[in-house]
Design a protein around this ligand. Structure first.
Ligand SMILES: [Zn+2]
Length: 210
């Protein structure tokens, strides 16, 4: 699915470089007014927690958007994370899922190498997951982190399953992501395990299209 990338003002010549969480699917189910209000409040509260933990990253919620996605992006030297309303309102997602997603997007900015081979600045998808589970979640949620990560990982896996058709360009499988989240939260994800997924992604990427 194609979507015109939302950016503050295209007339400015800033270079916007972004990392998408999913491939821009759009929401189908619409929640009741009351449920929407509640979810919006949850997302805002979580975003405030991340923003107060990570001063170098700017977070915002694009509530009106029906896009089921979130992204880490850069505008000049500014590091930004945008969460779209569609993912916050998705039936499979609760506070744990939104929390893990925020941690993952933050991980693209702060997770370090290996980096995405195309965009170059963001931590690679698997590294962002690893950083989210092992560093981001504990920094923001302390002792609650592992419990929230386990629950959030299930929800993210459910999203992957739903969007497997539009997710054809994914450079990491839902299973690998779940494993990284779970091992990362338990402090058991080794660099060798991550490197294996990263190398496999590089190999698949270099394979010519059939
Ligand atoms: Zn990502």
């Amino acid at each position: 699915m194609q979507f015109t990338t939302w950016a503050p003002d295209p007339s400015h010549s800033f270079e916007v470089s972004q990392m998408n969480f999913l491939d821009w699917p759009v929401e189908q189910a619409i929640l009741s007014e009351r449920a929407q209000k509640r979810r919006r409040a949850i997302a805002v509260r979580l975003i405030e927690r991340f923003a107060s933990t990570y001063g170098a990253v700017e977070y915002d919620l694009f509530w009106e958007s029906s896009i089921i996605n979130a992204q880490a992006w850069r505008l000049g030297s500014r590091r930004r994370v945008t969460v779209y309303g569609g993912v916050v309102r998705h039936p499979a997602i609760t506070a744990s899922g939104i929390a893990l997603l925020l941690a993952h997007e933050t991980g693209h900015h702060l997770g370090g190498p290996p980096f995405d081979p195309d965009l170059r600045w963001p931590s690679w998808q698997g590294q962002a997951d690893f950083w989210a589970a092992s560093t981001g979640m504990p920094q923001v949620f302390g002792r609650q982190a592992a419990r929230l990560t386990f629950r959030g990982a299930k929800q993210i896996a459910a999203l992957h399953a739903e969007f497997s058709e539009t997710d054809g360009v994914a450079d990491i499988s839902a299973e690998e992501r779940s494993e990284i989240f779970l091992l990362g939260a338990r402090g058991k994800c080794t660099p060798a395990f991550l490197q294996k997924s990263f190398n496999r992604m590089l190999e698949e990427r270099d394979r010519p299209d059939e």
